[in-house]
Design a protein around this ligand. Structure first.
Ligand code: AMP
Length: 177
């Protein structure tokens, strides 16, 4: 089953720089059957359970997270790059390969104790998702899972998230970077 999803993802060597294989999900999103299958598989463990909010990480997490939220009858919360959200925000810094960046969410986007699932397209080193989980936990969310279409297990990102007591689920894995 995941073979189909894997085949729907385009791999672009040496993008955005030499040595990185970019896993491009635009081909999956453009394929109606693959897109539906990915969303169906992402929501499958949660159907029939109460999920209050889906938090999606800018930008590909918005597309997947919006569809997951709709399917689970949950609200959607955008986690955005610094300076993009108009209302009062909570913010967290995180390390990038070169330097530091920040991500933000609206302070009132999640009420304390609400059950939230974090969604993004891919987990690599886990730095991005780790910051997002910490941001959600900071405002009192109960982060019940972090879900990804793709895991790059060689980079160990899932372990970082599990260390925050948040289970990780990915649909497919690619070896290497
Ligand atoms: P990380 O913080 O290292 O887990 O990186 C995860 C974020 O960077 C996600 O939002 C991904 O969309 C993006 N990303 C990292 N590596 C790749 C890759 N090889 N192909 C596509 N996107 C990637």
């Amino acid at each position: 089953m995941s073979i189909d999803l894997k085949n729907a993802i385009r791999s672009i060597p040496d993008y955005p720089k030499p040595g990185i294989v970019f896993r491009d999900i635009t081909t999956l999103l453009g394929d109606a059957r693959a897109f539906r299958r990915a969303i169906d598989e992402l929501v499958q463990p949660w159907s029939g359970t109460k999920i209050d909010k889906i938090a999606g990480i800018e930008a590909r997490g918005f597309i997947l997270g919006g569809a997951v939220a709709h399917q689970l009858s949950a609200g959607f919360v955008p986690i955005r790059k610094k300076g993009k959200l108009p209302h009062k925000v909570v913010s967290i810094g995180y390390s990038l390969e070169y330097g530091i960046d920040a991500m933000e969410m609206h302070v009132d986007a999640v009420a304390p104790g609400e059950r939230v699932i974090l969604v993004d397209d891919l987990i690599a080193t886990g730095g991005t998702a780790e910051a997002a989980v910490k941001l959600l936990q900071k405002i009192g969310a109960d982060v019940v899972a972090a879900c990804f279409v793709i895991d790059l297990p060689d980079l160990g990102g899932a372990k970082k998230i599990e260390a925050l007591k948040v289970p990780v689920r990915s649909l497919i894995a690619f070896e290497g970077h």
